[in-house]
Design a protein around this ligand. Structure first.
Ligand code: ADP
Ligand code: MG
Length: 731
């Protein structure tokens, strides 16, 4: 038996069964062994026979007896039967259609038995139980099992992810058979021994045994830790390889002089926070280094990422390319500096691209530096020939020409920036807003034929826990903007229960009357089944907009926004909202991606318990842009004290990253931001709760790639990692 053998070579697997296994991605023996249990049943869930009731899923330990087979009286179905006794009582067991099962057992055997209690009162029996032979009973049956808890966690049983057609039971037994055939004997461990020793992790063979057939809870835990480490280690290895590839490329290296930079930053109508200063220093350090920068700037909405980006852009476009790079072409009016290094700034949506364009115009208007905007719906350039304080529409062909000859050094845009037709002369810096909507590959796409790799500054306001950031963005250096500019009016956040609803509406009404706007967020788009609506009590965008229009804000203008709408429809609604032809925008969480309508100062979030704290924080970020006091109403009818405590963190936490850590602790990692992009399985996600483990996996992966850049000496890791790279890039 080999790991690469198909299961069908060794086991009788019918077509339905095969299909079911394929759905779980289990084709080979190796796949089977790596189909790890999701959880364990522990012995404390065992019932004593005496207390069993009809319908219960029972797990009992005891001695088996009275085994015999017969045919059912009418149907002639073969039946095997017997009983199990655990010291408290005995109960009948029956197998239908599986008489051979009884033949494998003998009277007096000790077993662990699991099955459903069926029959009628006084005539209870356990139907088609799963039986496992035991050397001895784990505890003395004559004691009440609940009295003797000392050894209880010493016997635990795996429960696997099932799909229609394959049971957990089947997995367990098939794995056992593989073990019996000695599959673990010459299994090769891809993780180098010294790493295992360093972190006290079991070898692959031991871990497989411990995870499928743990003798005690610690074994299972230790094995899971190893597999979780392994998973994160592979992901970190892909990131380390990507990083190494980037680092090997040549970039534009340039110095930044402090007095020169100061001339730019001192014009800001504020002084930089120390977090902003530190970020800028880190970026300049990279510009002056020998490798292309790969940096992620993480900062809450409003933490001032744009000012950092603008300063980095300024340093770039006021620097010259290395000697020998020729400059040619006719200068357009206003372009005094020519042929300097260039910047491409990519935003996830057209609205955001336009907003960045406008901010950059403010930052750069005093300088002879031209700025271009490229989106799907047209191109703009600042300054306009006729009015040096205004941007102007220009043809795409014209803009592309000026970008190509280096005359327009800063180009802002959507993914349209990546089109083949967009060529730069000396693209030295790529800025990407909201990284998680793009990939790191965008840098390469933008660079195109350019011989040099541009520096990358990626920015995100998405609050994800540090461990997850280290994993998802493992190929980037992370800088945290963890300080909010001073003097900002903090948002007022209120948790709203049903009895406070009228008060909330009265408040929002008065805000609307004084000219402000509001968002209302609902967890769902529409209600598929009106009967379920009341049962689930989850508000939907469409119903809620109707209700508010009819009952609460009768004279107000409404708009709706959700993911099922076409991009053009969404853009139009957002545009109308920003022009204030809409007062109230009822939306799903789609608005969380940086839309800026400073006049919208109120946000009502319905069904708040359904969102993670980090997500609620993102949503709240939509209304902290303006100069007016802003309000966030977190509406929840949840009676659970836990839920209310969780929501309270919104009023106490310092920033989104703190809330993301809360989510990790209280919500389980599957629902976290970034979880999907990470490529982690549920098991790998367990590792994310452990910063030491993630850091260890990262350190080891970087070391591995440093010492063995092509993974020639680690063929199995190479294989795993190549496969992973394909799946990660498919996203
Ligand atoms: P984000 O990090 O969400 O992209 P922005 O860069 O858009 O934040 O900044 C939000 C607002 O804060 C802008 O109006 C900007 O001018 C202002 N701002 C940025 N840095 C500071 C600062 N150090 N002090 C005061 N206001 C600042
Ligand atoms: Mg921003």
């Amino acid at each position: 038996m080999n790991l690469t053998d198909l299961l069908t070579q060794h086991f009788r697997v019918d077509t339905i069964h095969q299909k079911a296994l394929a759905r779980l991605g289990v084709l080979t023996i190796g796949d089977l062994l790596h189909h790890l249990p999701q959880r364990y049943e522990d012995i404390s869930t065992i019932q004593s026979v005496q207390g069993l009731v009809k319908g219960q899923d029972a797990i009992v330990f005891g001695k088996i007896g009275g085994l015999k087979t017969r045919k059912a009286w009418k149907s002639r179905v073969p039946i095997a039967e017997g009983w199990i006794e655990d010291g408290s009582a005995r109960i009948k067991i029956m197998w239908f259609n599986q008489p051979y099962l009884a033949k494998m057992l003998t009277d007096g055997m000790y077993v662990k038995l699991a099955g459903k209690v069926t029959g009628s009162e006084g005539k209870l029996y356990i139907a088609n139980p799963e039986i496992e032979k035991l050397e001895s009973l784990p505890i003395d049956r004559h004691d009440s099992i609940f009295n003797n808890t000392e050894n209880l966690d010493e016997t635990i049983y795996p429960v696997y992810k099932e799909t229609k057609g394959v049971t957990s039971k089947w997995f367990y037994h098939t794995v056992l058979k593989c073990f019996e055939q000695g599959i673990l004997e010459d299994i090769v461990d891809p993780i180098p021994e010294e790493i295992l020793t360093r972190y006290h992790l079991p070898t692959l063979a031991t871990a497989l045994q411990w995870i499928h057939t743990p003798k005690k809870a610690d074994h299972a835990k230790s094995a899971r830790k190893r597999f979780a480490f392994e998973e994160v280690f592979y992901i970190q290895t892909t990131k380390a390889l990507e990083r190494a590839k980037i680092s090997a490329a040549t970039s534009y290296q340039f110095k930044t002089e402090a007095p020169h930079i100061k001339k730019f930053t001192e014009r800001f109508p504020f002084s930089l926070t120390s977090a902003q200063k530190k970020s800028i220093a880190a970026i300049f350090g990279d510009f002056n280094g020998t490798h292309p920068m790969s940096r992620l700037l993480e900062g809450d909405v409003g933490s001032g990422k744009t000012a950092v980006a603008a300063t980095a852009a300024y340093a770039t476009v006021t620097s010259r390319p290395p000697e020998g790079s020729s400059v040619s072409g006719k200068l357009s009016k206003g372009a005094l500096e020519f042929g300097n290094l260039q910047v491409g700034y990519m935003a996830p949506t057209e609205i955001l691209a336009k907003q960045h364009f406008e901010s950059f115009i403010e930052y750069f208007q005093h300088l002879p530096i031209q700025i271009g905007l490229i989106t799907g719906s047209g191109c703009m350039k600042f300054p306009s020939k006729s009015n040096p304080t205004k941007p102007t529409k220009i043809s795409k062909a014209q803009l592309l020409k000026w970008v190509k000859n280096g005359e327009v050094p800063i180009v802002i845009g959507t993914h349209a920036l990546m089109y083949k037709s967009v060529e730069f002369k000396h693209l030295a810096l790529v800025i990407i807003d909201e990284q998680h909507r793009f990939g790191t590959n965008q840098r390469k796409a933008l660079a195109k034929k350019d011989a040099r790799m541009p520096h990358l500054l990626s920015m995100t306001a998405t609050p994800i826990p540090r461990t997850l950031a280290l994993t998802v963005y493992g190929d980037l250096d992370i800088t945290l903007l963890d300080e909010m500019p001073k003097g900002r009016k903090p948002i007022i956040t209120k948790i709203i229960t049903k009895d406070k609803q009228e008060e909330m509406y009265a408040h929002v009404r008065s805000e609307l009357e004084s000219g402000r706007q509001a968002y209302v967020i609902c967890p769902r788009i529409a209600e598929p089944d009106p009967e379920k609506e009341t049962a689930l009590n989850v508000k939907s965008v469409i119903e809620e907009a109707k209700r508010l229009k009819e009952k609460v804000f009768k004279d107000k203008r409404f708009g709706i926004l959700h993911s099922k709408m076409k991009p053009a429809e969404k853009e139009k609604i957002m545009h109308d909202f920003s022009l204030h032809t809409i007062d109230i925008l009822v939306a799903t969480s789609v608005v969380e991606v940086g839309v800026n309508v400073p006049n919208a100062t109120n946000i009502i979030i319905e069904g708040a318990e359904r969102f993670g704290l980090a997500q609620l924080h993102q949503l709240r970020g939509r209304v902290i842009r303006g100069t007016h006091q802003s309000y966030c109403f977190v509406v929840s009818d949840s009676k659970s004290e836990k839920t209310r405590d969780r929501l309270k963190a919104l009023t106490t936490a310092k920033n989104g990253f703190e809330l993301a850590e809360h989510d990790l602790t209280f919500r389980g990692s599957g629902e976290l931001y970034g979880a999907k992009q990470s490529g982690l399985t549920d098991l790998g996600m367990e590792a994310i709760k452990n910063i030491k483990m993630v850091e260890a996996a990262r350190t080891e992966a970087q070391l591995l790639v440093k010492n063995d850049p092509n993974l020639d000496k680690h063929p199995i890791i190479y294989q795993k990692v190549s496969k992973l790279m394909t799946t990660l890039h498919m996203e």
